[in-house]
Ligand binder design. Structure first.
Ligand SMILES: *Cc1c(COP(=O)(O)O)cnc(C)c1O
Length: 395
């Protein structure tokens, strides 16, 4: 092993996650740790929990980050609220929705899927028809589907689920911290996210929230939750109440989250959402000017955090991505499953969702495409983005 100090390369994380980290967050991670039962740990945790509530748009007392990545948050929500033998209805139009359905199956539930093309959102009428017909115990959907770039509105899903008495689980991994969620207004009961996308923090924590209605349901659950580490009743005893030892929380990650949330508060939550919207719109205008097509046809259901752009005919997406990485240290993502080789996934989240960063990315992307067989009109993308910035007078 090399004995010199660790020296990772400089990258620009414009992919689907992890996103770029604020230097203030790195500085927080270098601070001395305290114990996982130290009052200071619970104090900074309470600070974070208050900001998480505002980002989720909820008054839920049970809003906190657990020691896990986003998938651990997903597993926690599914394992605690989807009982063996129950019916779990999942809106499956993407990779992460498939994962949620798979977790439901592993909990022994009867999973009913509603498949749709990757890149389309569900209409109010069709989710209503599906949920009223299936009458599930739990409905799961992905609010921000990172594999396709689709934003799924929660309102009609939640209204129909409540009509049949179902609990609602929402994946907010790529919306939290960068797009409004309005959890209480829409009626979502249970939601999870991660630290490394819209929050611009390293991966390792999963902020989740549970409504009083869902907590009540959990209290009355007869069967034992099939996972020990992710048992929310045990986690509640550690994070709240008696602070009984459950696991050794990764203290430095909780410092990081606290600091990332504090930078968000400094900026202002509404201002941060607007910044993400403005940079997304500028980016989309640039793609159009470059003759490129977005994978999500309907502009009203595009994520602001993650832009999916169709790979032009004859271009090898992997070569474009390798070019960007080798020449500029820029990371962007490719597609999965049915979209493998067909789309680029370009994240504009947190620290890198700014005008200078978009104007740094666009010429590099143009060059990488040109070197790989697709010549967009020179400078047209950046010019179109600049025009949007002038119009929005934002960021
Ligand atoms: C990234 C992601 C996850 C998984 O999170 P990890 O932190 O990678 O475990 C789940 N759902 C969506 C929508 C995601 O984008």
């Amino acid at each position: 092993m090399a004995t010199s100090q660790l020296n990772p390369p400089q990258r620009f994380l414009f992919g689907p996650g992890p996103s770029q980290v604020d230097p203030r967050v790195y500085a927080a991670m270098a601070k001395p740790i305290v114990g996982h039962l130290d009052p200071y740990f619970f104090q900074i945790n309470m600070e974070s929990r208050e900001v998480l509530k505002r980002l989720y748009g909820t008054a839920n007392d049970f809003t906190l980050a657990i020691s896990a990545t986003g998938s651990g948050g997903m597993e926690t929500c599914v394992a605690n609220f989807v009982e063996p033998g129950s019916k779990f209805a999942v809106l499956t139009a993407g990779y992460f929705a498939d994962r949620m359905a798979e977790m439901g199956k592993r909990q022994g539930a009867t999973v009913v899927r509603f498949d749709k093309a990757w890149g389309e959102a569900y209409t109010d009428a069709e989710v209503r028809e599906f949920i009223l017909r299936e009458k599930p115990h739990v409905v799961g959907f992905v609010n921000a589907e990172t594999s396709t770039g689709v934003f799924q509105k929660p309102d009609a899903i939640c209204a129909a689920a409540r009509e049949v008495g179902a609990l609602i689980i929402a994946d907010c991994v790529t919306s939290l911290g960068a797009m409004p969620i309005d959890l209480d207004r829409s009626g979502i009961d249970i939601a999870y996210s991660c630290s490394q996308k819209g929050l611009s923090c390293p991966p390792g924590l999963s902020p989740l929230t549970v409504s009083p209605r869902a907590m009540e349901w959990l209290k009355n659950r007869q069967s034992q939750t099939g996972t020990w580490y992710f048992d929310l009743k045990l986690l509640a005893e550690y994070f709240d109440g008696a602070h009984r030892y459950h696991h050794t929380a990764p203290i430095s990650m909780f410092y990081a989250l606290r600091e990332a949330l504090s930078t968000i508060e400094d900026e202002g939550i509404a201002e941060r959402f607007e910044r993400h919207r403005a940079n997304h719109l500028a980016f989309v205008a640039a793609m159009a000017a470059m003759g490129l097509e977005m994978n999500v046809a309907d502009p009203s259901v595009r994520l602001w955090t993650l832009n999916t752009v169709k790979v032009p005919a004859g271009v090898d997406d992997l070569k474009v991505r390798q070019y960007l990485m080798a020449k500029y240290g820029i990371e962007i993502g490719g597609g999965f499953g049915p979209l493998a080789g067909k789309i680029f996934r370009i994240g504009l989240m947190g620290v890198l969702s700014t005008e200078p960063d978009v104007l740094f990315l666009l010429p590099a992307f143009e060059e990488a495409l040109r070197e790989n067989g697709y010549a967009a009109p020179a400078g047209a993308g950046a010019a179109a983005a600049r025009e949007v910035y002038t119009r929005l007078v934002a960021v």
